[in-house]
Design a protein. Structure first.
Lengths: 188, 188
C-alpha cells in the first residue's frame, strides 16, 4: 500500500519508523509491538495497524533500514572490543524474533533485488567497520593477519549465525574467544 | 504414501519434484503451487494433489530431498579430509540455487515445526559425522581441542554459509585452511 500521495500518512509512517527504530536500538526487537510503537510515536494504535498489519513487517522494515550499532566506534584494544560486540550480537540472535528477521532478510534477498541491495550494503558496512578496527590493531602490533576484512567478518559472524539460527544453540564466551583467536596471530 | 509399486506414479512423482525444483530456483517458494507445478511438469493438477495434498509438503520434499554426502566416511588424516569436504560444500553453496534452498529451509523452519525437525536432524547429523572424525583424529594425536562437535561444526560451516549466502563471495582454499586451523591445536 502506498501512502505517498497523502502527506499526513507519509508523516505518520515516518514517525512510526523512527519510533520503532528507537525502541529496537534501545530495548531490542521484543519492544516492537503495535502498542509500544504507537505510544512512542505519539499516534493511535490503529494508525500503526493501517501501515503494518503485522509487527514482523514493521520490524523487517526497521531492521533493514536501521544502522545497527554493532562494531561501531572501536575503543581500546581489539580483543575485548570484538568480544563485547560479538557477545551482544549473539545475545540478540538468541531471541527468536531477531533470528527470524535476520533469516527472512537473508532469504528474501534471493528474489528481491531491493532487499539484496540492503543486505549487500549491510554486510559491507559490518566488514568495513571490522576492517578498520583490525587495521588499527595491526598498526598497534596487537594482531597479525593476512585475512581480509570480509573474510574476518565471515569467520567471526558466520559461526554465531549458524549456532543460533541453525543449531538453535547458545553461544558461550569460550566459543567467542575461540573465534577471535582464529582470525590471526595475537601479540596481546 | 508410497508409489514404489507403480512405475507410472513413480515417474510422475519424479517429474513433479523436478518441476518444483525448477520453479523454486527460478522464482522462489511462492511459485510452488499445485497449478504452477502441474503445468511445469506436464501433468494434471489432480496428479500433484494425489502425491502432495499440501504445497508446503511438496516444497519441503524439494528442499530437503537430497541426503547430502558431506562429511561422510572419514578417510585418512583429518585435515585433508576436512578440507575436501568443506571445499565441496563451499562450491555447492556458491550456486545460487543451492544457497536459495538452504536459506529457504532455514527460514521456513521458524514457523513450521516439521521443517524445524528436519533442520535439527540435519544439523545434528553433520555434527555427529564431524564429531566422530574429530574424536578419531584426537585418538591418533593429530588434534587437540576442547570444543564440542556442534561448536566445531559451527566454526567450520558457519563462515562458509555467511561468505556464500550473505557476502555472495568466493571461499578461497586459504580461508578453508584458516577455519580448520582454528578448531584446535594441530600436531600434524
Amino acid at each position: 500500500m502506498s501512502y505517498s500521495s497523502d502527506p499526513r500518512a507519509a508523516r505518520s509512517r515516518e514517525a512510526i519508523l523512527t519510533a520503532a527504530r528507537e525502541l529496537l536500538i534501545g530495548e531490542g526487537p521484543g519492544a516492537i509491538t503495535h502498542q509500544r510503537v504507537a505510544q512512542q510515536a505519539g499516534v493511535g494504535r490503529a494508525t500503526v495497524y493501517r501501515h503494518w498489519t503485522r509487527p514482523e513487517d514493521l520490524l523487517l522494515d526497521v531492521m533493514s533500514g536501521a544502522d545497527l550499532p554493532h562494531f561501531k566506534d572501536p575503543d581500546g584494544p581489539l580483543r575485548p572490543w570484538l568480544h563485547r560486540n560479538l557477545r551482544a550480537m549473539a545475545d540478540e540472535l538468541a531471541e527468536p524474533a531477531v533470528a527470524a528477521v535476520a533469516l527472512t532478510l537473508m532469504q528474501a534477498a534471493i528474489w528481491d533485488d531491493q532487499i539484496a541491495e540492503r543486505r549487500d550494503a549491510s554486510t559491507q558496512n559490518v566488514a568495513d567497520r571490522l576492517g578498520a578496527a583490525v587495521s588499527a590493531a595491526m598498526e598497534q602490533g596487537e594482531l597479525d593477519t593476512t585475512a581480509d576484512a570480509r573474510e574476518i567478518t565471515a569467520m567471526l559472524i558466520g559461526p554465531i549465525v549458524y549456532r543460533t539460527a541453525m543449531q538453535r544453540g547458545l553461544v558461550s564466551d569460550e566459543l567467542i574467544a575461540r573465534l577471535i583467536n582464529g582470525i590471526g596471530t595475537w601479540h596481546d
